[in-house]
Design a binder for this molecule. Structure first.
Ligand code: SIN
Length: 508
């Protein structure tokens, strides 16, 4: 019997695992591919924390609440911003090599931050530096790390999570592990959409596992689209960090003109949803599949020093970012909602925690502030180490619950992941309306009804994507307003009656 079973090996899984192991707990960590294959590794911009002389947790809190468009829970945001600086210092002590300037930690700016408060490493390789450091830390603990092991089901006994069923991704062998505390740290679900900055492992596994176990989910309708992913024939949707705009990069349309300043006083540094929609509108208006990101006016040596990963990646496709315009377009980036947790990471299912992108703590509201996600992981991972026994604490933000049932059926529509991604992009993407959402939900249900029992990793991932797509679409259909990352052409404004979370729970 383990004390902790941790599912996932990004920052959330590794950070939680080393905290638990260093406190003397017996820990097993399962992850469906190699340890380093996770969203964290691709995070560029950095980690936000109010550590600068001119900054304060109160300012960080204000910015987070503004970006969250009325749906960030002030109690959760206060925890994040007040405890964040100490957690970041601990990360530095663990050995993460954050960039420095004249002997001090270098801090950059990103959209909707009122101060320079983003720590970064390797210029634009922050996630990779954190992942490598934490993997090294975990290696020197007693954590039993099992790569290529997919969690297929949470084992419940009398309503309590007591273990995880697994499938060996290489041999197909099925097994089970038991433990007192199960921690979902499975990251996001960018693979729901045709264009995404996420790697192929981001298939919403944790939300699906938690939902099937009876946990409540919320805010999936606020899936965040990053404004600037590379849009180049033959290249993947590689992230072009918001920090590029933070350091002075500007957006231009096909006529070479800037367009963001007429949409928001902060222009390219407006909140992420506004920039993404501004770019999307510009693309439609000019019948183009991209706009341009321009850093040619910045000193070339600074650009190369600050953004070596981006420069290297673009160079593979013949682009010199110091001389050429960079073609960019929005892409699905971050699952803002997820499994509802309290301020200690507890879900509604006793014994089951969620931490990181898979969780909905209330911090991000309707639109996550850039670089708050890595910080949220550190803060909640530490808190879950000291979580009281269940029941989870009552919601600290207005929440209504709705019971949903996706009955099994006997349909015959064969499912195909690419078709799902296209459907989600077209009907549940940056702009939505009732008819498109309803049409998408009907199609998803038809696929769901024809789903066979999964037997391979890919088939489990498909089932998970399908389930998360249904939850996201059902929530987007119900939320008759536009707010943050959820934009409906038929309900173009925020509405007071929707200043609440819509929690979804399974019929038990
Ligand atoms: C970026 O570097 O633009 C991504 C940062 C984030 O998603 O928080």
């Amino acid at each position: 019997m383990h004390d902790y079973i941790i599912v996932g090996s990004g920052i959330a899984g590794l950070y939680t695992a080393q905290l638990a192991a260093r406190a003397g707990a017996r820990v097993i960590l399962v992850t469906k591919e190699a340890v380093e294959e996770c969203n964290t590794r691709y995070a560029q911009g950095g980690i936000a924390a109010a550590i600068g002389a001119e900054d304060s947790p109160a300012k960080h809190m204000d910015d987070t609440l503004v970006a969250g468009a009325g749906l960030s829970d002030p109690a959760a945001v206060a925890v994040l911003c007040e405890e964040g600086p100490a957690r970041v210092r601990e990360l530095i002590e663990l050995g993460v090599p954050f960039d420095t300037h004249e002997g001090e930690i270098a801090l950059t700016r990103e959209a909707a931050h009122s101060a320079r408060r983003i720590l970064h490493a390797g210029g634009d390789a922050t996630g990779a530096a954190i992942e490598t450091t934490l993997a090294g830390v975990v290696e020197h603990t007693t954590v039993d790390v099992r790569p290529w092991t997919l969690a297929t089901e949470i084992i419940l006994e009398d309503g309590r999570a007591v273990g995880v069923r697994t499938l060996d991704a290489r041999t197909g062998e099925r097994s089970a592990v038991h433990g007192r505390k199960i921690v979902l740290a499975t990251g996001g679900a960018g693979q729901l959409f045709q264009a995404t900055t996420n790697p192929t492992v981001a298939t919403g596994d944790g939300v699906a596992l938690a939902w099937r176990a009876g946990a409540a989910v919320a805010n999936l309708e606020f899936f965040q689209f990053h404004p600037t992913a590379l849009r180049l024939a033959g290249a993947p949707g590689f992230l072009i960090s918001e920090a590029v705009r933070g350091e002075g990069g500007v957006l231009r349309n096909q006529d070479g003109e800037r367009f963001m300043q007429v949409l928001h006083p902060d222009a390219e540094l407006a909140p992420r949803d506004i920039v993404a929609r501004g770019i999307a509108a510009e693309m439609v208006a000019r019948d183009s599949d991209h706009v341009w990101l321009d850093v040619r006016h910045l000193p070339a040596e600074d650009v190369l020093l600050r953004f070596p990963t981006i420069a290297r990646f673009c160079a593979q496709y013949g682009l010199n970012i110091t001389k050429d315009l960079i073609p960019v377009a929005p892409a699905a980036h971050y699952m803002t909602g997820g499994v509802i947790t309290d301020l200690h990471g507890r879900t509604a299912v006793p014994g089951l925690f969620a931490v990181g992108e898979v969780a909905m703590t209330g911090v991000h509201g309707a639109n996550r502030l850039a670089s708050n996600s890595l910080l949220e992981v550190l803060v909640w991972a530490k808190r879950l180490m000291h979580a009281p026994e269940w029941p989870m604490a009552p919601a600290t933000f207005p929440t209504t619950f709705e019971v949903l049932e996706f009955a099994a059926g006997s349909g015959s529509q064969p499912f195909n992941r690419r078709s799902l991604q296209r459907l989600m992009w077209r009907n549940v993407g940056i702009m939505r309306d009732r008819d498109g959402l309803q049409q998408a939900l009907n199609q998803l249900l038809a696929w769901h009804h024809a789903q066979p029992e999964p037997s391979s990793v890919a088939a489990y991932e498909d089932a998970n994507l399908l389930l998360v797509a249904m939850l996201l679409t059902a929530a987007a259909l119900q939320r008759e307003e536009s707010r943050g990352a959820h934009a409906r052409t038929d309900w173009p404004h925020p509405r007071a009656e929707w200043e609440r979370y819509l929690g979804l729970v399974k019929q038990l």
